[in-house]
Design a binder for this molecule. Structure first.
Ligand SMILES: *Cc1c(COP(=O)(O)O)cnc(C)c1O
Length: 476
């Protein structure tokens, strides 16, 4: 049909059923039960309006107005509208702590604790000993102190908040001395100079990009100085002719001048990672022992817990931080505390950590194990990719991610997809990348060196079975 005349159109419009009749039909009853009247009515009106618009341009079919057909249309709309936007994916990027994919995955103990906190009242701010009001930090600060050697601790929403709060509470309207080699930008617009500004503190840069000496800090100290600060250069490395001043050298200088040293460690490792063959990262305890008065770090990077920012250090400074009004604005919710506690408790048994803590288990997963996964997934992926592509299991390198140890890589294994004709065909690879990304549970890999690369380090047994199942379901 095209070019409908006025009378034809009027006749067509007369075929549109009444909304009341459709809503009262047996076909629509299950939709009303599941989605409620308001939503169903809205979706039905949208469907009929859309039909009227296409009728005017001459391409609507009368059969689309059958109640059974309307039910199908409306149900599809409602399912689409109610589908979750936050969805599980397969992280085959090779970056274990992938900021865009939610960073650390929580162990089951933490998940159970969150579930309880969600569904049952808890002593979040209630002292069970006295029956009086309590402080939510009390639930967890002893444990944090035990694991870090700090005198006191507090927890906020993320590490950016921890740094902002620390500077606001201790350095407002005063100067903070930072090396030019440490004025970092972490992804997502966290920049030390900007945070400093927001906190009302004045940044006093010292040294140069590649070299900063103790005397640079010494000469910058003035009556305006509030803090000496060191920032972990999480996501880059400066190599060559370089010098930075370690915490154990800065601390005595600061302390003789009556000042404090704050260290933003970023990742916040609690144990020596070299015992699992991982690259070395300074631990929070070592930083405290080296003389830092305050240390800030993330809960969901190498620590392997929920999103949080931990501040540990001197009792008097933590007390000051806790009294600042921003602490109330940046405090964590009960879900975070519920998840953090069991994760921290795991650190009391370091010899079990690589098995229990998901992040560490993924980082230390044996290469042979990953290779076997790759060999099992390969046929299913090859079938889905089709004969225009060649899928091969190959060694590759994973990254820790989240700015932890950017230059270090972990030997891994995965599937590499190239075009069958060997030609460089970026478009063909992008097409497959898109198909995988649009699956029910999206598969996220990365394209590099004329190949689509799927690193299988993060595909543990249950996920492997689910991925193979999903690939098998694809029609050839
Ligand atoms: C990651 C990081 C931050 C930000 O931490 P979030 O938990 O993402 O807010 C701040 N400083 C350093 C050095 C970091 O590595």
């Amino acid at each position: 049909m095209s070019d409908v005349t006025g009378s034809e159109l009027r006749a067509l419009m007369a075929r549109v059923p009444s909304v009341e009749k459709v809503m009262a039909s047996a076909e629509f009853a299950p939709l009303l039960t599941e989605f409620g009247r308001t939503q169903v009515l809205g979706a039905l009106r949208d469907a009929l309006d859309a039909w009227r618009v296409s009728a005017q341009s001459g391409d609507a079919s009368v059969s689309a107005l059958d109640i059974a057909q309307l039910q199908v249309t409306v149900e599809a709309t409602l399912r689409r509208r109610n589908a979750a936007r936050l969805r599980s994916v397969f992280n085959l990027t090779g970056t274990v702590l992938h900021t865009n994919l939610g960073r650390a995955l929580l162990p089951d103990e933490a998940v159970q604790a969150v579930m309880k906190a969600l569904t049952q009242p808890a002593n979040l701010e209630f002292d069970l000993g006295t029956g009086k009001r309590g402080d939510r930090d009390d639930l967890i600060d002893e444990l944090i102190c035990e694991l870090t050697g700090a005198e006191a601790a507090t927890v906020v929403n993320n590490n950016a908040a921890a740094v902002l709060l620390t500077l606001s509470a201790l350095a407002s309207k005063k100067e903070v001395i930072v090396s030019r080699g440490e004025l970092v930008e972490i992804g997502g617009a966290f920049r030390i100079p900007d945070i400093m500004n927001r906190a009302g503190a004045k940044l006093r840069e010292v040294g140069t990009t590649n070299r900063t000496h103790l005397k640079d800090y010494d000469e910058a100290i003035s009556p305006q100085t509030a803090l000496l600060m060191k920032v972990h250069t999480s996501n880059y490395a400066i190599s060559g002719f370089t010098k930075e001043v370690a915490v154990d050298a800065i601390a005595p200088l600061a302390h003789t001048r009556g000042l404090a040293v704050a260290v933003d460690l970023g990742s916040g490792t609690l144990v020596d990672l070299t015992q699992w063959g991982l690259p070395r990262e300074t631990t929070v305890r070592e930083t405290i022992e080296a003389g830092a008065d305050l240390v800030t770090f993330s809960g969901d990077k190498l620590l392997g817990g929920p999103q949080a920012g931990l501040i540990v250090g001197r009792r008097d400074l933590i007390a000051k931080i806790k009294k600042h009004p921003l602490k109330r604005a940046l405090r964590v919710g009960k879900l975070t505390l519920a998840a953090l506690e069991p994760v921290l408790q795991m650190y009391r048994a370091p010899e079990k950590l690589a098995e229990r803590l998901t992040t560490l288990r993924l980082l230390t997963r044996p290469g042979d194990d990953i290779r076997l996964t790759a060999e099992r997934v390969q046929p299913a992926l090859q079938r889905v990719a089709g004969d225009r592509y060649v899928v091969v299991a190959e060694p590759m390198f994973s990254q820790i991610g989240s700015g932890a140890l950017p230059v270090d890589v972990l030997p891994s294994y995965g599937l590499v997809v190239r075009t069958a004709d060997g030609k460089r065909s970026g478009r063909q690879l992008l097409a497959l990348e898109k198909r995988l990304r649009e699956m029910a549970r999206p598969v996220i890999g990365r394209i590099a060196d004329d190949a689509l690369r799927l690193d299988l380090r993060c595909l543990e047994a249950a996920d492997e079975a689910q991925l193979i199942e999903q690939l098998k379901d694809v029609q050839a």
